[in-house]
Design a protein. Sequence first.
Length: 161
Amino acid sequence: MEQAPEIWNFHPMTGVLLRTAAPCYADPDPEVPGSWLYPGCTSPIEPGPDIDGKLQKIDLDAGQWVYIDQPEGTSESTPATGNSSPEELAATVQAKRDQLMQRATLRISPLQDAKDLGVATEQEEAELLSWKQYRIALNRISQQPGYPQEVAWPTEPGATA
């Protein structure tokens, strides 16, 4: 079998390279043999070597990484936030929250239907309550101390903490 291509991650808002502890690889396409699937915010373009005081940013139009000055007070040791502003980081956190809330809403809908029709079992009523509490907790993450740099994500119902 052909070796999967190595990929590099970049921040969805800033395009800045996010170094990982181990290499990342594309996934084989189950529908098209010999093709690869690349997750969002990744590139098969290999970045250059690290340079002190510089970050690498993907230029998707040019198909290459470019060096940019590292803003003062930022550190490569916190790549999850990189040089994102609090507003950019909040937007990223809110996008994840919205995705999780959509999933919760999908789980709530049939449970709520059963309750509305008076056919919900005790287990379904308990699940409905748990999913609603989870969705409320997701909606309140912006009220947490340290937001948006630190977010304590609630545990999805049925998941192990």
